[in-house]
Design a protein around this ligand. Sequence first.
Ligand SMILES: NC(=O)C1=CN([C@@H]2O[C@H](COP(=O)(O)OP(=O)(O)OC[C@H]3O[C@@H](n4cnc5c(N)ncnc54)[C@H](OP(=O)(O)O)[C@@H]3O)[C@@H](O)[C@H]2O)C=CC1
Ligand SMILES: O=C([O-])CC(=O)C(=O)O
Length: 261
Amino acid sequence: MKLGLIGCGNIGKFLLQAINNDGLLPGGRIVAIYARREEVAAQLAEEFRTQPYRDVDELLKSDVDLVIEAATIEAAEEYALKVLKSGKDLLLSSIGVMANSAFEEQSNQICKLNNVNILLPSGAIGGLDVLKSAKAVNGLESVCITTRKPPNALPAGSSVTEETVLFEGTAAEAIKQFPRNINVAIVLSMAGLGSEKTKVKIIADPNVLKNNHLIEASGSFGKLKLEVENDPMPNNPKTSYLAALSVLATLQNKEKSVQIG
Ligand SMILES: NC(=O)C1=CN([C@@H]2O[C@H](COP(=O)(O)OP(=O)(O)OC[C@H]3O[C@@H](n4cnc5c(N)ncnc54)[C@H](OP(=O)(O)O)[C@@H]3O)[C@@H](O)[C@H]2O)C=CC1
Ligand SMILES: O=C([O-])CC(=O)C(=O)O
């Protein structure tokens, strides 16, 4: 599998190290990268033996099979449809882009037309398998996520000195107000009840060191309660290490003949 990468920050660099240097995706390699700053792309290209591109249109002319977006929601909005139109599969890290229903519909149509797929990793959370199963008979009744992070992992920053609820509302509204922090709410919405019915609470808490996500759901299947206590990535405390791992795992699973979950 030949991979292209858009966005070379925290998740992007993790993937370059894991795939190109540590060989953790057998048969796969990141052969093309695009970073906004050319000097960053050039340095990473040398370190991880890959080809830097000056723009995404040029990258899409190469023979990559799948493009990984690891940038921002804005970048996903700018590039995702181009990727699909060029006949490549797309893996999105900035899943919040899918909260825009016009975008979701358009990307679905292009996928069908071009016979390509979009992969959405579970990111910094789990439990999506339970929601999907519960939904199979329309038996899902409620889903909510409570995200508790140290203040430096949220836009509030160090101004928050005691436990503070920054947001309480729908996933649709949460991703508008916290586009860099709550992508998990959108993948949860897509697996479950949609972004208008999925409830979100975001808490900045100076007493915690980890990025904590508590997922609660109920329905005809029973009840789900799942808490993930994530270690942050060293280079970007806003992102949990599990989010980067889940991108790698999604790529590893893509090629497997036995699909679990
Ligand atoms: N699904 C999930 O569970 C999770 C999703 N995420 C999301 O994944 C994405 C990547 O996260 P992470 O790697 O930690 O973020 P980082 O901020 O560490 O890296 C993002 C990189 O994207 C680059 N970038 C920004 N805009 C563009 C653009 N238009 N074109 C190309 N590159 C661009 C930035 O470049 P520059 O250095 O020049 O600014 C930066 O290097 C984010 O949107 C984040 O919110 C994160 C955690 C969990
Ligand atoms: O990494 C996390 O804990 C979650 C996150 O930032 C996001 O969903 O955008």
